[in-house]
Design a protein around this ligand. Sequence first.
Ligand SMILES: Nc1ncnc2c1ncn2[C@@H]1O[C@H](COP(=O)(O)OP(=O)(O)OP(=O)(O)O)[C@@H](O)[C@H]1O
Ligand SMILES: [Mg+2]
Length: 242
Amino acid sequence: MIKLEGVKKAFGTQQVLDGVDFHVPEGHSLVIMGPSGSGKSVILKHIIGLLNADAGRVSVMGKNVAELDRSGLRELRRDMGYLFQHSALINWLSVFDNLALPLRETTKMSNSEIRARVMHVLDLVQLSAAENKLPSEISGGMQKRVGLARALVTEPNIILYDEPEAGLDPEMSASVSHMMRELKEEHGMTSVTVTHSVSCALTVADTLAVFEKGRFLISGPPTEVLNSKHERVREFLGAQLD
Ligand SMILES: Nc1ncnc2c1ncn2[C@@H]1O[C@H](COP(=O)(O)OP(=O)(O)OP(=O)(O)O)[C@@H](O)[C@H]1O
Ligand SMILES: [Mg+2]
C-alpha cells in the first residue's frame, strides 16, 4: 500500500534520508521512533507528496507520488489523512470550518452531509462543544485533537500520524492511542505513525522501526525491537523503559 525504495533526501549538505526502504501492506500499522531532528517528519512528508525525493521512489496504492499532477495529489490527499506534528489549523476559521474545508475542497457533499460528518468526527475526539471556537480559543491538546479529527474527516484509507500523543495529558494520550488502534481493527486503516512514546508504539504498532542517521537501525514486531540487543537501539529506547 505504501512503499519506499532507496529514498534519499538532502537539505543543502545535510543528508537526512540516506536510502530509506519499507513497505506497509494494507491494514498494517508501522510505527517509527528515532531521535529528534533525525528525519521522521520528512519521511511522512514524502509519503503525502509535500516533499520529493532526490533519489528512489515513493509509491502509495501503486502510484509514484512524485509523478502525480495536481488532481492526482488532491485525490491522494483525500485517501490519506495527515495529522501534522503542529496541528496546522487555519487560525481564522472556526473548528467546524477547519474540518469542513477538506470536504468542501475534495468532495461534492451537501452542506447537511458535511455538517453530519464534521460533528461525527468532533464527537470521536470529544470536542463537539468546541465547533464554533477559533483554534486560538482552545488549548494545545484540544488543537491536537481537532487536527486528528481533520485527518479523519474525509474517511481516508491511510492515515499518517506525526506525534499524535504530543501535548496531550496521559489519559487523553492513551485514549488517542486506543482510537488509533480501533481505526485499524474496525476499519482496516493503514497507517504510519511517528512517536516518541513507547506506550503509544506498543498500542498501535504491527511493526516498530527505529530511524537514525538517514536509515532504519532495526524494524520488526514491537516486543522484538524493544528486547533487541542492538546497542544503539537499546540506548535510545532504554531511556524510556528504565
Ligand atoms: N523543508 C526543509 N528545509 C530544510 N531543512 C529541513 C526541511 N525539513 C526538514 N529539514 C531538516 O531535516 C532534519 C529532519 O527534520 P524532521 O522534521 O524530519 O525531524 P524529526 O525526526 O521529525 O524530529 P522531531 O522528533 O523533533 O520532530 C532537520 O535537521 C530539519 O532541520
Ligand atoms: Mg517531527
